[in-house]
Design a protein around this ligand. Structure first.
Ligand SMILES: [Zn+2]
Length: 475
């Protein structure tokens, strides 16, 4: 959304008008989302009329309230980032966000009175511990930006005319971050003829932003909302970046990897799995071809795919494909397995709800590991040989039950795999596919596994695939 104005200058270099350039960017974003199977209810661009009209209205409200006033600005400016910096914010004399040169600029400008809201903002942070996640971002904002003295924010530019103009003073273009942030409101029809969506959905439960734009969302955005007398989002989650071993991805370093290529070769589920698993909420994730292939081979193939495969083949071998009915505690370790699984599901839910996705996924793989261990402990082939039928039934039942639970747990990020697991287990009844159904053992009546299990992930040759991924970097 912010790209619409951010890249006006880059467009020129490509011989495009800013509008042509952002049109191209928007298409790319949509394409990637459809490739990643990311669904959305609405896609708003800040060049749309439903946004620009209201952004202008909001500017006028601030002006009338006296939160915006006219003054003069002189400072060091990064053109691509459209951001002024103070001398101390620069890194080696360059833009701290993108590393490019900054230029000295002076212009007549409008300012937003941030100082007025600084105390109120800190008080809000303190009273709403869920507002910022992860927690340490809050201290970062207070110590780096608010405590040293929150400067009034320059909210207009006159050095170019690409952007939304101030209605009453049209040589001024509204600063990208004031206009862009308000699009969370304009998308819902705030201040428009039909604000029913706004009334229904605001305040947002969750907003997710990258760490490079955390400052705008954790300081300016709440202040703009306070100035409009609107409630703040309940939570703003700041995510980190996927890095390469040698730092950020960049074409000049030759270390750029595109998700399309991974999805095409290894599938959407494996790609999503890796990205989520390797990106903790508290620090950057790291992509290496080796780690990607290892996760694929160990986590997906060895642990998950083999568990399903062994189980399907045992249901066929010992029970002609029909899943045995519920028997509780026939084997010494049954109860332990059930207890362990329940605890891990609970832990998963806690972590997931607090947006610690990588850690939550770890809990699912703990259940997978425990279930694999259960096979070694119960040794169903021995139970069969010794004709310990009840124990064998209970063992196979518990295996199918746990894999069913695993399939439901991975569904939010591995939907195809989840569906395929349930299909192979013959679990068709919708009531066995719900979140609620994994809290208890189900009867699994009339479930019949497929006749011959098909591996959902096949082992890859590590060296070969690592070389393949490396050959695709930067292409
Ligand atoms: Zn910059």
């Amino acid at each position: 959304m912010n790209m619409d104005k951010k890249y006006g200058n880059i467009a020129e270099k490509e011989g495009l008008t800013p509008q042509e350039y952002v049109d191209k960017m928007a298409i790319q974003a949509k394409k990637l989302w459809s490739y990643m199977d990311i669904k959305y209810d609405d896609f708003i661009r800040t060049t749309e009329d439903r946004h620009t009209r209201i952004a202008q209205k909001i500017f006028d409200i601030f002006l009338e309230k006296g939160d915006i006033y006219k003054g003069e600005y002189e400072g060091l400016y990064c053109i691509p980032c459209e951001t002024f910096f103070t001398q101390t914010q620069l890194i080696n004399g360059k833009c701290p966000d993108c590393g490019r040169d900054v230029v000295k600029m002076k212009e007549e400008a409008y300012f937003f009175n941030m100082k007025k809201y600084a105390d109120r903002l800190i008080e809000y942070y303190d009273k709403h511990p869920d507002f910022i996640k992860p927690d340490y971002r809050k201290n970062e904002m207070i110590n780096n930006f608010i405590k040293p003295g929150l400067e009034d924010l320059c909210v207009t530019r006159t050095s170019f005319d690409w952007g939304i103009k101030v209605t009453k003073d049209p040589k001024h273009v509204i600063y990208v971050w004031l206009d862009a942030l308000t699009n969370y409101l304009t998308a819902l029809g705030y201040l428009s003829e039909d604000d029913s969506l706004f009334k229904k959905y605001w305040p947002a439960d969750l907003q997710i932003v990258g760490k490079d734009i955390a400052r705008f969302h954790l300081i300016y955005w709440p202040i703009f909302l306070m100035a409009l007398d609107l409630p703040l989002p309940k939570t703003i989650l700041v995510h980190n970046w996927i890095m390469m071993k040698d730092g950020k991805m960049s074409k000049s370093k030759g270390n750029v990897i595109y998700p399309e290529m991974l999805i095409e070769k290894y599938g959407l589920d494996a790609t999503k799995y890796f990205l989520l698993r390797e990106m903790p909420v508290s620090q950057d994730g790291v992509f290496t071809p080796e780690a990607f292939i290892q996760r694929y081979n160990y986590d997906l193939c060895n642990d998950l795919s083999n568990l399903l495969n062994r189980t399907v083949s045992m249901v066929n071998k010992y029970f002609g494909g029909s899943v045995p009915s519920k028997i509780i505690n026939a084997n010494e370790v049954d109860e332990e397995l059930e207890k362990y699984t329940s605890e891990k599901i609970q832990k998963f839910e806690e972590l997931w709800n607090s947006y610690e996705i990588a850690n939550a996924i770890q809990e699912i793989w703990n259940i997978i590991a425990r279930t694999n261990k259960y096979i070694d402990e119960t040794m169903p082939w021995e139970l069969s040989k010794n004709q310990e039928n009840q124990k064998l039934e209970s063992c196979i039942y518990h295996l199918v039950e746990n894999i069913r639970k695993i399939a439901i747990l991975i569904k939010p990020f591995m939907e195809n795999t989840s569906n395929e697991i349930l299909r192979q287990l013959g679990i068709n009844d919708e009531k066995y596919k719900t979140w609620q159904s994994i809290m208890n053992l189900q009867e699994l009546k009339d479930c019949k596994v497929i006749e011959k299990g098909e591996p959902i992930f096949m082992r890859l040759k590590e060296n070969e695939e690592v070389e393949y991924i490396k050959s695709k970097m930067n292409v």
